[in-house]
Write a protein that binds this ligand. Structure first.
Ligand code: F1P
Length: 375
């Protein structure tokens, strides 16, 4: 029996619900690497945190408070979006002006990117450590501004890490899947730890250490919802809303939905969604809100408004009122919003993964994509 729903064809030999429930995804190993890497990511967070906190004294000397006039984070694709969240978190914790850029922007338009007066710290983020744009941007930055370059990566033998003594390597976050999931979240935890060390915030570093058990619990308890929504053939459009440090995470969720499941998806700052994009809302739309504490009232108001317009809504928050949205993931972590950023990721990564599998795609091997973009 073929079920043709919009641009998705579901191949099953029994009722749709039965097929999905009984193993459309379980019998084939499509996405087995991505699922394994998403489900097991909390262990990589712990190993990464232990590794960085074991170097706290050295890192404190490397990043003395107030040493830099500007901190620039660069990356490509997922790691550019990670840079957006890392920069917002760094500035919020250290008070130092921080910005994020695609590596190509720094390489091609340095005058529009760098402050005239230094010193400037460059933090290059790259899972592989081999992306040409990032390697060339680091080289150009060095020629122009000198040696203040740090790296966050997963591969200790990579070109980027071997040329940068100040590298933080999340070795346990290496991946087989092309789409970044465990690597993204572990490198984010590394960037958060670095921000906590640079800000001299031992309280924040202690908060980060409760992330791994919280992540394990969240994944175990909420992967069912991610699968239910991911396999929902009635959903066609996905909007991810995040403001402040969560905007980079909303962008990453958008990218995962594109890379893994070839679905229409976009990311916006919460309040920006009213200024035009909400025109796209209809009954096939899922609007996902990465809800903060500090601006929750404004953010939930947007979700309630699009629900009125016919969208389905999913909120991820520390805690929120279930009646305001269709689906709610409450972290109940007891952590402040700047410490719990990584908790927004697993459910959204699984949403994209299960949607890909339900559409007959292999999230391990996104269409037209290689793990490393070499020019
Ligand atoms: C960056 C990146 C990934 C993308 C794909 C191609 O790689 O754009 O974000 O998913 O794998 O490469 P890296 O510089 O972080 O290794």
């Amino acid at each position: 029996m073929n079920y043709d729903v919009g641009n998705m064809v579901w191949h099953v030999s029994c009722s749709l619900a039965e097929a999905v429930k009984n193993g459309l995804t379980m019998t084939n190993d499509r996405g087995i690497n991505t699922r394994t890497e998403i489900l097991g990511q909390a262990a990589a967070w712990k190993a990464t945190l232990d590794h960085i906190l074991s170097q706290e004294t050295r890192l404190k000397e490397l990043y003395p408070r107030g040493a830099f006039a500007q901190i620039v984070f660069i990356g490509c694709g997922s790691t550019y979006y990670l840079s957006l969240t890392a920069a917002a978190t760094f500035q919020a914790l250290t008070g130092t002006w921080a910005r994020a850029l695609p590596s190509s922007e720094l390489l091609l338009f340095p005058d529009s990117c760098l402050a005239k007066n230094g010193p400037i710290l460059l933090v290059a983020i790259s899972r592989s450590g081999e992306t040409t744009e990032t390697l060339r941007a680091v080289e150009a930055f060095r020629k122009r501004c000198g040696n203040e370059v740090s790296v966050i990566s997963c591969y200790e033998d990579s070109s980027l890490v071997t040329q940068c003594p100040n590298s933080l390597v999340a070795k346990e976050a290496k991946e087989v899947s092309i789409a970044q999931t465990r690597s993204f979240s572990s490198m984010l935890v590394a960037a958060q730890a670095l921000a906590g060390i640079a800000a001299g915030r031992d309280d924040y570093l202690a908060q980060l250490q409760s992330l791994p058990p919280l992540g394990e619990k969240l994944i175990a308890e909420r992967q069912g919802l991610a699968r239910e929504l991911g396999e929902d053939a009635g959903l066609q459009r996905f909007f991810f809303l995040g403001s402040g440090p969560r905007y980079g995470l909303a962008c990453e969720a958008m990218l995962k939905m594109k890379e893994m499941s070839l679905s229409y998806s976009e990311a916006f700052h919460f309040m920006e969604f009213r200024h035009g994009p909400k025109s796209m809302v209809d009954e096939t739309t899922l609007v996902v809100g990465l809800v903060s504490d500090s601006a929750q009232e404004h953010e939930v108001a947007v979700l309630k408004e699009v629900k009125e317009l016919g969208a389905r809504t999913l909120a991820l928050a520390e805690s929120a009122d279930q009646s305001d949205v269709d689906h709610l993931v409450s972290f109940d972590s007891g952590l402040p919003e700047l410490a719990r950023e990584v908790l927004y990721l697993p459910v959204l990564q699984l949403l994209a993964c299960y949607r890909a599998i339900a559409k007959g795609l292999n999230p391990d091997r996104p269409t037209h994509l290689d793990a490393v973009v070499r020019l």
